[in-house]
Design a protein around this ligand. Structure first.
Ligand SMILES: [Zn+2]
Ligand SMILES: [Zn+2]
Length: 302
């Protein structure tokens, strides 16, 4: 089970009704953040899921609305008592950006470990999830992220009994380990069921539509994509500023065949994003607008 919270759903500038971009991803006792706009620490405090479990921060790009909350977050983690390293991932320039922001947050109780990803993205692990970064089209280095949590294969006790596997070997096999008991070798494939779909979702904002987004969304339960602009009249702005319309994000969700689309990162000009929801639902019916502090839980697909 993974819990998500769209801490802030605004783009460009914070409004008194809408905070800037950040997503809290909680995997039990572990967590990561995607992006850290100005005031993210305030939203985390309001949510109440805590600071200490946050062990990784994934930045999409270095526009201020996605990373200017970093010094405050780093200090808040120190105040919360963090001593373990914090892993920070982001596109090229990560070192320069974080070093610059650290001028005003020099003393931390832990070490931020920086992982600068190439423009093309890459794969890594964070907070117990498999993560794959993929390139977006935003006029500057920008990455989207796909998250996967594998589901262990079921242990089949009746098969273990039929094979006469001693009880003391079961827990090893259950964990996927080969075990030797009394000179006999037992392998997990002998007693584990079919591979099962795990939990997967995508986060991609600040981009024009690119095929890599739909490709990343294949087989996912959820795509969180940007809803920077609502109606067709804003297409020139979307093209000029390298953002997407509701309709364009919905088309990517439809191409991906994901189960659900959540739009976020709304322009300050969108006072009521829901007013444009029909434009998205005409293309992909299972579309919704995120709200600041909205939480949802992803379980294993049945
Ligand atoms: Zn942005
Ligand atoms: Zn941007």
């Amino acid at each position: 089970m993974i819990d998500l919270c769209t801490l802030g759903t605004g783009g460009t500038m914070p409004l008194h009704t809408r905070a800037l971009a950040s997503l809290y991803v909680r995997n039990g006792a572990r967590a990561l953040l995607v992006d850290c706009g100005e005031g993210t620490q305030v939203e985390i405090g309001r949510l109440g899921w805590g600071f200490l479990r946050i062990e990784a921060l994934l930045l999409t790009h270095y526009h201020a609305d996605h990373c200017s909350g970093l010094p405050g977050l780093l200090l808040a983690l120190t105040k919360a008592g963090r001593t373990e390293p914090l892993h920070v991932w982001g596109p090229p320039d990560l070192r320069r950006v974080v070093t610059g922001l650290r001028v005003i947050a020099p003393q931390l109780g832990y070490e931020p470990v920086l992982h600068e990803l190439p423009l093309s993205g890459g794969s890594f692990g964070a907070a117990g999830l498999r993560v794959r970064a993929f390139p977006l089209d935003h006029g500057m280095p920008c990455l989207g992220y796909r998250f996967d949590m594998d589901r262990p294969r079921a242990f089949l006790p009746e098969r273990a009994r039929a094979l006469g596997i001693p009880l003391r070997a079961w827990s090893f096999l259950q964990r996927g380990e080969t075990v030797i008991v009394d000179g006999r070798t037992w392998r997990p494939e002998q007693v584990l069921g079919e591979a099962r779909r795990g939990i997967s979702f995508v986060y991609a904002t600040d981009t024009r539509p690119v095929p890599g987004i739909a490709a990343a969304g294949r087989g996912t339960q959820l795509m969180i994509l940007e809803g920077m602009y609502g109606g067709e009249e804003d297409l020139p702005k979307a093209l000029k500023n390298s953002h997407m319309l509701f309709r364009e994000s919905a088309a990517l969700a439809a191409q991906a065949g994901t189960e659900r689309l959540l739009l976020t990162h709304f322009s300050t000009s969108l006072e009521e994003p829901e007013a444009f929801l029909d434009a998205a639902r005409a293309v992909f019916p299972a579309a919704d607008c995120a709200r600041d502090g909205m939480t949802l839980t992803l379980g294993y697909p049945s």
